[in-house]
Design a protein around this ligand. Structure first.
Ligand SMILES: [Zn+2]
Length: 161
């Protein structure tokens, strides 16, 4: 099965950003009605990620794949996502990171390419960068990135089982 695409409901914005960094094509459904979310999920072939059990059940009745995540922290939510993915036989294999803000593709950039885009102190500290091809957001491999990679280990572990 190919890598799932997600649509994440409004209450789970930080989880949506993490899924993008792990390389999952993820829409974040900030506003609007559940009925619109269900329609977009169907039209775009996206699996729904929600913490709303009733929404998950409605999605299931319509033949849509829905992950109902539990937990208050994203780490717990990701664990529950991984567990359900195994039950659905839909393993979560991450890909190249996507932009956390807009879901755009990232390309690698060198220090000289980001000079002027970031504070010079920061540019002096890091070597590797990614730039979003859509919105221009710059990412660097610092502490935030490393923290996220730790969560990614969970997803990598699910690959092997
Ligand atoms: Zn972007």
């Amino acid at each position: 099965m190919s890598r799932p695409k997600f649509i994440v409901d409004a209450m789970l914005g930080s989880l949506a950003r993490k899924l993008r960094i792990f390389g999952f094509d993820t829409s974040y459904y900030k506003t609007g009605e559940d009925s619109d979310l269900l329609r977009v999920a169907g039209e775009e072939g996206r699996a729904i990620v929600t913490s709303d059990r009733a929404l998950g059940e409605t999605a299931g009745r319509r033949g849509l794949l829905a992950f109902v995540v539990v937990g208050r922290k994203d780490r717990e939510r990701i664990v529950s996502l991984v567990e359900q993915a195994e039950r659905f036989h839909c393993p979560l294999v991450g890909g190249d990171p996507l932009c956390a803000l807009c879901n755009g593709s990232l390309s690698e950039a060198k220090r000289e390419n980001v000079r002027g885009l970031l504070p010079s102190k920061l540019v002096a500290k890091h070597r590797r960068y990614h730039i979003c091809e859509e919105c221009g957001k710059v990412y660097w491999h610092g502490s935030h990135w490393n923290r996220l990679r730790k969560i990614e280990v969970l997803i990598a572990t699910s690959k092997r089982t």
